[in-house]
Design a binder for this molecule. Structure first.
Ligand code: NDP
Length: 241
C-alpha cells in the first residue's frame, strides 16, 4: 500500500486530495493545523487508512515530529502533496484585505507569513520527509502553485504576497528538483485551475473533485523523473513561467 501525506486538508482541495487518494487505495496522512479539524475531516472519508495528524506547516518542530511518527508507523512516503496555502484576500477583516492587495498598504510582516506558508513550508516538508521518500520506488513531491505564480501570465497589479509566494514556490521547487534528482525524487509544482473552495469562491470554473481528478490523471499518474522541476497545468501541459 502506498502512503501519501497531504497538508492543509481540513477542507477544500486538500480534503479532496485525501478523498481521492484514499479511493485509489493509498494510505493517507491527512494533516490540518487544528487537531479537531483534522479528525473531523478524516471522519468525512469512508476509508480505513486515513490517519489525521495535527500539523501547522510553518512549524519545523511539528514537521520533524510528524516525519518521525510516519517513519515509525509506516516506514515510507510515496507521495507528498504540499497543498496548504493562504491568500490574504481571504481575511474576513476587510481592512486587512486592502493591505494585502495594494502597494500603499503593503504589510511586510503579512507578506512574510504568506511566504512562510506558501513557499517555505513545501521545502521544510520535503527536507524532513526526504529519508522516507527515499524508501519509495517512485517518490513524488507535488506542490500546489497557481497561475498567479506565473510571471509571463500576470496581467494585473496587487496581490503581492500571494503572487510572490507562488512564484517563489515555483523557482524553489525547480532548484530542489535538481538537488534531489540523483535520489530519484520527482518534484513538481502544479496549477490546479480556478477551483470552487473558500479561497477560489463559488464562481470558480472547477469543483474540487474535477480539479484533483485532472491532476491525478493528467499529472500524478504520468510523472517520471524527466518531469522533475516542471510547473505543470491541470491538463498536463507545461504552464508558462
Ligand atoms: P482553502 O482556503 O479552502 O484551504 C486552504 C487550506 O490550507 C485549509 O485547510 C487551511 O487550514 C490550510 N492552511 C492554511 N494555512 C495553514 C498552515 N499554516 N498550516 C497548515 N494548514 C494551513 O483553499 P484551497 O483549497 O482553494 O487551496 C488549496 C491550495 O490550492 C492552496 O495552496 C492554494 O493557494 C491553491 N490554489 C487554489 C486555487 C483555487 O482556485 N481555489 C487556485 C490556485 C491555487 P485551516 O482550515 O486551518 O485554515
Amino acid at each position: 500500500m502506498k502512503t501519501a501525506v497531504v497538508t492543509g486538508a481540513s477542507k477544500g482541495l486538500g480534503l479532496e486530495w485525501c478523498r481521492q487518494l484514499a479511493a485509489m487505495n493509498y494510505r493517507v496522512i491527512l494533516t490540518a493545523r487544528d487537531a479537531e479539524k483534522a479528525s473531523q475531516a478524516a471522519a468525512k472519508i469512508e476509508a480505513r487508512e486515513v490517519h489525521p495528524y495535527p500539523l501547522e506547516v510553518t512549524r519545523e518542530d511539528q514537521i520533524a515530529g510528524m516525519a518521525g511518527w510516519i517513519g515509525q508507523q509506516f516506514g515510507q512516503v510515496d507521495l507528498l502533496v504540499n497543498n496548504a496555502g493562504i491568500n490574504p484576500k481571504d481575511y474576513p477583516d476587510q481592512s486587512r484585505m486592502a493591505k494585502a492587495f495594494y502597494l500603499k498598504d503593503l504589510d511586510p510582516e503579512e507578506m512574510m507569513e504568506v511566504f512562510r506558508v506558501n513557499s517555505l513550508a513545501p521545502l521544510l516538508m520535503t527536507k524532513h520527509l526526504r529519508p522516507l521518500l527515499n524508501k519509495s520506488d517512485r517518490p513524488v513531491v507535488l506542490s500546489i502553485s497557481s497561475w498567479l505564480g506565473s510571471v509571463s501570465s500576470l496581467s494585473f497589479g496587487g496581490h503581492y504576497g500571494y503572487v510572490g509566494s507562488k512564484n517563489l514556490l515555483n523557482v524553489l521547487n525547480r532548484s530542489m528538483a535538481f538537488e534531489l534528482r540523483e535520489e530519484g525524487i520527482i518534484c513538481v509544482t502544479v496549477n490546479p485551475g480556478w477551483v470552487q473552495t473558500d479561497m477560489g469562491g463559488s464562481r470558480a470554473r472547477f469543483t474540487t473533485s474535477q480539479s484533483v481528478s485532472n491532476l491525478i490523471t493528467q499529472v500524478v499518474d504520468r510523472l517520471t523523473l524527466a518531469d522533475s522541476g516542471r510547473f505543470i497545468n491541470y491538463d498536463g501541459t507545461d504552464h508558462p513561467w
